[in-house]
Design a protein around this ligand. Structure first.
Ligand code: URP
Ligand code: ZN
Ligand code: ZN
Length: 493
């Protein structure tokens, strides 16, 4: 068929965006959605999506890929296995991290990640930075340059001895973000509270993985979240609190927003579907569930569900942090590994969306439009990719997932495409699965097979994050401290 206007037509699907649900055909040309409406002409390739839900491909804006952890442990997934795994789970775009460790030159770090991702990724990707060494060179030269080149967000840690910034450094970073138009993502946990408890646990021989959740007390999370909000408030800049886990942290975010502060927040599957009790397993098995912050109790799970539903939490990401259950990852000291040595994080790239589709949408907790917002649209808006990514609209990239809402799947390690060797969700049955996944108009996954080439994903230069644009437009009448002190500083010359 040569005279068709479309390379691909997806017909008869039930389409949902973050705001609407409707029946229409989608015509795709040159990787972009070219038409949307009833009765479109056939494409060179035609997919009948009758009985299926056609949704924007997911964007996972928090995942760790081919990255060295603070403790020097390499992730089990490289840019190939991670992006393949993402695609099989309905995700068509990821934003992992280019991680600076102390002493690293930021441009070298980014060049290294860019080279590895370009060789291997099968879907599109951007990068956030992780900043652990905000020198004058970084603050004054490297960051402005990288932001101009489309890396418009960076993560900072308030914990982990080798990664954490102190409050003074955080203020420096917030100032640069404000000036240059970037969004700061904060890992909010109080390092000293964790260290203090951890030391006493170890002194008492309490070293099993379950003590990870004791050391990472919910108070360490809520205190640091509160402090991060105060620092952002002083500087009058938006921030995004990542991987919110605990009830009190959700409350801190919620009450900051009620004051009108530009505080944004994310949560993850592990805080909906796992509990601290899951870490309490024989031997070192609980290491598979150690992440920071750790999964909490039922009340916290409920608070995270509520936050995702009412808008307190805008993003649902995997925080995929893939470490194998062996000496290469979770157990660096073999059977002598204590909870302090365990590599932090759980895998979740592939099951992130199916878990929420099943337990959120089909179980009646959230609408399908909210699902789209939480898994795709809000990520695009928050990180400067909208409207190219994260929605179904004429002119947007044809990043789509065709879901079969009837299909029941029992999650098992064997069916997943990552390189981790276990899943915390082993044996859980979900309803609904993304059977066909389209990346920039290319059928990427179909009939359980990968159809796209290694290295065919493209780097995305991102624009200014919407929280930053909104702040510039509106200012924040409640955050007067910085205006007051900058005014007084400038008056004094
Ligand atoms: O435990 C976690 N979340 N590990 C990954 C690194 C991070 O802090 O996001
Ligand atoms: Zn983190
Ligand atoms: Zn993370």
């Amino acid at each position: 068929m040569t005279d068709t206007p479309f390379d691909l037509t997806i017909r008869n699907g039930r389409i949902s965006t973050a705001s609407d649900t409707f029946h229409a055909d989608i015509g795709v040309r040159d990787g972009v959605i070219a038409a949307l409406g009833p009765g479109l002409p056939p494409g060179r390739r035609d997919i009948d999506a009758a009985g299926r839900w056609v949704l924007p491909g997911g964007i996972d804006s928090h995942c760790h890929v081919e990255q060295l952890s603070g403790m020097g442990i390499m992730c089990a997934d490289d840019f190939y296995s991670a992006t393949v795994s993402a695609a099989f789970g309905g995700t068509t775009c990821i934003i992992p991290f280019a991680a600076q460790h102390r002493g690293d030159k930021l441009p070298d770090v980014v060049a290294d990640y860019a080279r590895r991702a370009a060789e291997k990724a099968v879907i599109d990707y951007g990068f956030h930075l992780i900043l652990s060494d905000p020198t004058e060179q970084v603050l004054q030269r490297d960051l402005p340059e990288l932001i101009k080149n489309g890396i418009t967000s960076f993560k900072v840690f308030m914990t982990y001895d080798r990664m954490k910034l102190d409050d003074y450094q955080l203020l420096d970073v917030l100032e640069v973000a404000d000036r240059e138009g970037a969004l700061v993502m904060v890992h909010a946990e109080n390092n000293d509270m964790i260290r203090w408890v951890a030391r006493r646990l170890v002194e008492r021989g309490m070293t099993a993985p379950k003590y990870h959740a004791v050391a990472h007390t919910p108070l360490a999370e809520s205190e640091a979240t509160h402090r991060a909000v105060a620092l952002a408030r002083m500087m009058d800049v938006p921030i995004l609190i990542v991987h919110v886990a605990g009830l009190e942290a959700v409350q801190v975010v919620h009450s900051s927003q009620a004051l009108g502060l530009p505080i944004h927040a994310e949560s993850c599957p592990q805080y909906l579907f796992l509990e601290a009790g899951d870490i309490d397993l024989p031997g070192l098995e609980g290491a598979k569930y150690c992440c920071s912050p750790p999964p909490r109790d039922a009340a916290s799970q409920q608070a995270v569900w509520q936050g995702l539903t009412d808008g307190t939490l805008q993003l649902y990401s995997s925080d995929h942090a893939p470490y194998r259950y062996d000496a290469s990852g979770k157990l660096p000291k073999g059977d002598q590994t204590t909870f302090k040595d365990v590599a932090n994080g759980v895998p979740g790239l592939e099951v992130r969306m199916p878990l929420l589709f099943s337990e959120g949408v089909l179980a009646g907790r959230i609408s399908i439009e909210r699902f789209v917002a939480l898994t795709a649209t809000n990520h695009a808006r928050t990180y400067g990719l909208y409207p190219r990514k994260g929605t179904i609209a004429v002119g947007a990239d044809a990043d789509l997932a065709i879901w079969n809402p009837e299909r029941a799947v029992t999650i098992s390690t064997r069916m997943l495409h990552d390189n981790v060797g276990y899943t915390p969700y082993e044996g859980k049955t979900v309803r609904g699965w993304p059977e066909v996944v389209v990346s920039r108009g290319r059928v990427a996954v179909e009939d359980g097979e990968l159809k796209v080439e290694r290295g065919s994903g493209r780097f995305l230069q991102r624009g200014t994050p919407e929280p930053v644009l909104r702040q510039r437009l509106n200012g924040n009448p409640n955050a007067l401290v910085r205006k007051y002190f900058t005014n007084s500083l400038s008056r004094q010359g």
